[in-house]
Ligand binder design. Structure first.
Ligand code: NAG
Ligand code: NAG
Ligand code: NAG
Length: 337
């Protein structure tokens, strides 16, 4: 695994060079300030030493006090403060793993996909420094049987600035803030063995994924489905899409309910199928975007960068290119731009 191919792409290199140039200039300025401060303090010492003599008259005592040592002490030039004020803020963005074409591991184990591509492009337009953090979904958002969804500990406690690709649902907006939408709403499906009737789920044991928008509230809004008010006793939560698959396969649940992209690659080559043939959507779910704490300034910077990307036509190109690069993993449903 070569380190030269780090988590970021080519345009990151030019950004690094830019960053290094900025750092060099910053250091130069800091050194210059330090020299000027030194000169001023030396001049001040000689002046004060001189005045001491004339006023006091008793030359020896005042002249021999080791004042210069104090004046020359490094405290006049605070390098750490000079550095801190110029250090660029790094924004950290949590991304899940294995979500169709949006994020997946390539052959060498690097996280690639439309998500990382988009983060690179938008952060570059916004002039901010972004880093991706791979995280379990449940650290962004989680749910328990019969409870409203709750903010995940990672985002709540500020382990990172944002979680990428989360639908701005009505429930979530009471907890977190959302950027402008980046994708169209996710299609949602039931996942079960052949012969499952998606239009009547009465009495079925239902598998959901903790934190996902495909929750009890979404189920209850599927007007075309009989038995959509699933009793809590029939709800079972998986922590990941892979676990949901396992629960359907070993009969812990009769059916799993999830978003299309999260399951796309997992049902491939298994005896699990998705239902119905026409996609369904959660009501009041909004569209996928960047999810942050409400006191975080990331979304305003992201939105600015995203608008630039869209208006320059680069966003559309990025989506088209991503469909060629990552299309073998599933569809990429960019917002119309
Ligand atoms: C749904 O299935 C249940 C149990 O199998 C049945 O009692 C009910 O009549 C069905 N409802 C509809 C609308 O088909
Ligand atoms: C079925 O799979 C789930 C998820 O891997 C596991 O937690 C559970 O113990 C399994 N149940 C059986 C009966 O094998
Ligand atoms: C599904 O599996 C086939 C081969 O088994 C493969 O060619 C295809 O790319 C896979 N599709 C996805 C979405 O992983």
């Amino acid at each position: 695994m070569s380190d030269a191919r780090s988590d970021s792409k080519v345009n990151h290199v030019s950004r690094t060079i830019q960053l290094e140039a900025t750092t060099t200039i910053t250091i130069a300025v800091c050194v210059l300030i330090a020299i000027v401060a030194l000169i001023i303090s030396v001049v001040a010492i000689s002046k004060s030493a001189g005045s001491d003599i004339t006023v006091q008259g008793k030359t020896t005592s005042s002249r021999q006090t080791p004042q210069p040592a104090v004046a020359y002490s490094p405290s006049t030039y605070d390098a750490s403060r000079c550095q801190a004020s110029n250090r660029r803020r790094v924004y950290t963005l949590a991304i899940g793993f294995d979500v169709g074409a949006y994020v997946y591991s390539d052959d060498s184990g690097f996280q690639v996909g439309f998500g990382p591509d988009l983060i690179d492009a938008v952060c570059q337009e916004a002039g901010i420094d972004c880093r991706i953090v791979t995280e379990p979904y449940t650290n962004c958002m989680f749910s328990e049987k019969g409870q409203p969804q709750r903010g995940g500990i990672g985002l709540m406690e500020g382990w990172y600035d944002a979680c990428i690709g989360w639908l701005a649902t009505r429930q979530r907006k009471q907890i977190f803030a959302f950027s402008k939408p980046i994708l169209k709403p996710y299609e949602v499906y039931f996942y079960a063995f052949l012969g499952f009737n998606p239009f009547n789920i009465t009495g079925k044991k239902m598998g959901l994924i903790s934190g996902f928008s495909t929750n009890e509230a979404c189920l209850a809004g599927l007007d075309q489905v009989a038995g959509r008010d699933v009793p809590h006793s029939n709800v079972f939560h998986a922590q990941t899409p892979a676990e949901l698959m396992a629960m359907v396969q070993n009969g812990t649940v009769d059916v799993g309910f999830s978003t299309g992209p999260s399951m796309a690659t997992k049902i491939n080559g298994t005896n699990i199928q998705r239902f119905p043939s026409d996609p369904m959507f959660c009501k009041n779910a909004g569209q996928p975007g960047m999810m942050t704490r409400k006191d975080n300034d990331f979304n305003s910077k992201w939105n600015e960068g995203f608008e630039k990307l869209v208006s320059s036509g680069r966003f559309k190109r990025l989506c088209d290119e991503a469909r060629i690069k990552h299309g073998h993993r599933g569809e990429i449903e960019c917002v119309d731009a």
